[in-house]
Structure formats: C-alpha cells, structure tokens
Ligand binder design. Structure first.
Ligand SMILES: [Zn+2]
Length: 455
C-alpha cells in the first residue's frame, strides 16, 4: 500500500542535517518512508491514499525510554502522594504484589494509548514485579502492547535482593537469580526480534542497586552478551540510593556500575540525577545512554539531572515519562517541556533550546534504545513513524512564526495525527481503535480494587 502525506505546513526531519522543510510531502510504501521533499510528487496516480496535512507540523514519532506501564493503576495514591522514592516504593510494593495478568494487560493498553495520544510511537517498559505464584506478566504486557500497535522494546525487569538480604523490596516480590535467568532466556528466545524495523525487542533490566544482588548484575551482562540484547536499570536517582551504595559497596552508584561491568554500550540508565563531572565523563566514554525523567524527578523531589552537561559530553540522552505512579501522567510532550524548563531552572535561560528538547524526545530516545537506524527521524528507508499537530488549534495561536519550537514552548496537548509503522492510529485527534472508553472503565475497576486491598 502506498500512502502520501501532502501539503505539510512544516516538516522537521530531526535527521543529521536538522533539515526543516516548508510545504512538504512524505511518501510511504507500506511501513517504510520512501521519499521526503518540498512540494509534491509529479505523479499522484501510484498512491492508494493521499492524506492532506495542510496547517500541520510533522515530526518523527516520539520515543519513550523508561516506563512502568502497570503503574497507571496506581496514580496519585493518597498515602504516598507526597513521599520521596524509598518511602513511596516501600508503601507501593504492598499494593503491587496483588497484581495479576489481567491487571498487567489492561494497564499496558491504557498506558500505551495515553502515550500515543501525546505522539509516542515507540516505548520501552521495565516490568520488575513478579510476585510469588504469579507468572508471565511480561507475556501479558506484550500481548496488550501489540494490540495497540506501538513499537515496543520491553525489558525483563527483576529484583533479587529482598529486605531480609539488606534490600528494599519485601520477599514476596523478589525472585531467585535462577528464576530470573531462566525467564530472561525464555522471553528473548520467544519474542526478541533484532531485525531492522522490528516492532518488538527485549532487553534485560535488573531493577536498581538497592533491589538486585551484585552477582545478578554481573551475570546479567553475560546473558546480554550471549543474546546480543541491551541492558537497562535505574541509577543515581536519589541521595538515598547513593548512601545505600556507599554503605553496602563502598562505592558511589556509577563506580559500582563499573565494578559489575555495567559501563558499556549495551546499557542505558534511567534518571542519573546524582552524578558529578567525572561520572558524566565516564558514562560518556563508556557510551551509555540516559533516560531522563524530569516530571518523575520533580514529583518525588529527587533532584535535577545535569542534562546540559551530559549533552555537552556527547552522551546519548532520551526522554521518559517513567511510571505513572510517580508522574502521574504519560504525556511525552509534557516531558519535553519539563526537560527544557528544569534545565533552565538549573543553568539559566540558555540551558536548552526547544529543538534540543525535541531531539531528546525523538532521535535521542531512538539512539538510547539503539533503534536510530530505523526510527527517530524522517528519512527515506526509515520506518513510517510520524506524528502531526494542527497549528490552527487555540494552543498554538500566536506561535505559528516558529511552528516546530512551539510544539515545546506552547501547550501542544496532543497529536492530531499518529502513524506507527505505516498504520494510522490517530486521525484528526481521534483514535481509530475502538473500545478505549470500556478499557478505561475496566482499568479503574481494577485500580480501585487493588488500592482498596491495601487499606
Ligand atoms: Zn522507573
């Protein structure tokens, strides 16, 4: 099937030349971008569908580099609405251990659709909860995400260090190292598709230094090398974590990662707030990626990540919404705006441009997930992951002289058009999938049941 997007007001390719085209077209062959240019093709007869995007800005689909999709069931839980990370986690573990496969499946779909509304076409996830007696949660989320049509790079999360061994989570939600390794192998062998244009890849993700044994971290690197998959974890999120690493390992978080073999090009870290200049240099030399989570860092009072310095040191920086229990939204446009504003709070008005924030939300995220050879920019040969915003909406009024930057500086709210892998998912601001209202109803029933169970 051949599709043509025409009359595009402004197209930001986000490619290596940072090309911005006024009055553009994009031709698409099935799921791949064929041609991009100004004007329109001389012959329109080969196209099965022509979509007129007059008055729209088109950019690549947004890439979310860190999430816990199940947490959309636990938004704004009153008891921890104003808690810092360790207190927040300690309370919520008790609720999370009641999850079941239906809860995972429904919350995955709700969280994915919510992100898609803001223009996300690729997301990762870290599902580290595997309560005793419950199985195959990740299979349920993969099923849900596939039904939504998102490009998905979930990670097999894990926790092996419980309270009794000096960790933070209760014994009821941690697994043995053997269980984790066995299930990791099973998931990679069953689901991981390494090919270009892949809609599903698997990475391995021991949860954090305070919930995973040192031996698990080291052995997970070996498994990732064996299967050639990526590695992900939380790092240097809070001062509490730094104290934990110092008192348990005698090392600060980045040095601890070095010790367990985690400073390499397979790895991307979430948060990375409490790092100094030499940590940043080390992360850069090791070619690690960063998932910056500005809203979550503000919500939990964790701190401000030194993103300007990271960019200046050549680090691959992507953006992320983080789980909805610590955000409590799944809106990537808001993350891009918060990234910019937060860096300006830290470093002054020139700290970050709107274009840099948009880069992090698109090609930056794609490079963090090592998918930048096929998504994250609008180039011939890449996947047709494209989103568009109607400049005639009230929220852009007065901002049209600088349409691309206005997506970040104004309140863009949501994408009017979303195409993922050549398939249109949102048109004129409306989902083409049906049944989303019913899904939200089901989601709320499950959420109330789980939150009430704790009280
Ligand atoms: Zn997280």
């Amino acid at each position: 099937m051949k599709r043509l997007l025409i009359n595009i007001h402004t197209l930001a390719t986000m490619n290596e030349t940072d090309e911005i085209i006024s009055g553009a077209y994009v031709s698409i062959d099935d799921n791949v971008i064929e041609e991009v240019g100004p004007g329109e093709p001389s012959d329109l007869s080969p196209y099965d569908e022509i979509i007129d995007l007059s008055g729209h800005v088109v950019i690549p689909g947004l890439v979310n580099t860190h999430h816990h999709l199940y947490q959309s069931l636990f938004r704004n839980v009153r008891e921890v609405a104003s808690a810092k990370l360790f207190d927040w986690l300690t309370y919520l573990y008790g609720l999370w251990e009641k999850l079941d496969n239906e809860a995972i499946y429904v919350s995955t779909k709700v969280a994915v659709y919510e992100m898609m509304k803001s223009g996300v076409t690729t997301t990762t996830d870290m599902l580290y909860l595997h309560p005793k007696g419950k199985e195959r949660f990740i299979d349920s989320e993969i099923e849900g995400a596939a039904e939504c049509g998102i490009r998905f790079h979930p990670t097999r999360g894990s926790m092996s260090l419980s309270e009794k061994d000096g960790g933070l989570p209760p014994d009821s939600v941690v697994q043995t190292h053997e269980q984790i390794m066995e299930d990791s192998r099973r998931l990679i062998e069953r689901f991981h598709d390494p090919r270009k244009l892949s809609m599903l890849r698997i990475a391995l993700a021991p949860c954090s230094p305070f919930s995973v044994k040192e031996s698990s971290l080291a052995e997970t690197v070996e498994l990732a090398e064996e299967y050639d998959v990526l590695l992900h974890t939380h790092l240097a999120e809070t001062r509490d974590e730094e104290e934990f690493c110092l008192s348990n390992h005698g090392l600060r978080p980045v040095d601890y990662m070095k010790k367990v073999g985690w400073l390499n090009r397979r790895v991307w870290f979430a948060h990375v707030v409490w790092v100094n200049d030499s940590d940043i240099r080390l992360l850069s030399e090791s070619d690690c990626g960063i998932a910056h989570c500005p809203s979550s860092n503000m919500r939990l009072g964790s701190g401000i990540a030194p993103i300007r310095k990271m960019l200046d040191n050549g680090l691959r920086v992507g953006l992320a919404v983080d789980g909805s229990a610590s955000n409590d939204t799944g809106n990537m446009l808001l993350e891009a705006r918060n990234m910019l504003l937060l860096q300006r709070v830290k470093e002054g008005a020139e700290a970050l441009t709107p274009y840099e924030a948009l880069r992090a939300a698109t090609i930056g995220g794609a490079s963090v997930l090592r998918m930048d050879d096929y998504t994250g920019s609008i180039d011939p040969g890449k996947a047709a992951d494209l989103i568009a915003f109607n400049l005639n909406r009230i929220e852009f009024a007065g901002g049209v002289s600088e349409p691309v930057g206005s997506l970040i500086m104004c309140d863009a709210k949501q994408a009017d058009f979303v195409m993922i892998n050549g398939k249109v998912r949102i048109k004129e601001g409306q989902f083409l999938d049906k049944g989303i209202d019913d899904l939200v109803k089901r989601h709320n029933e499950i959420s109330l049941r789980l939150v009430k169970l704790a009280s």
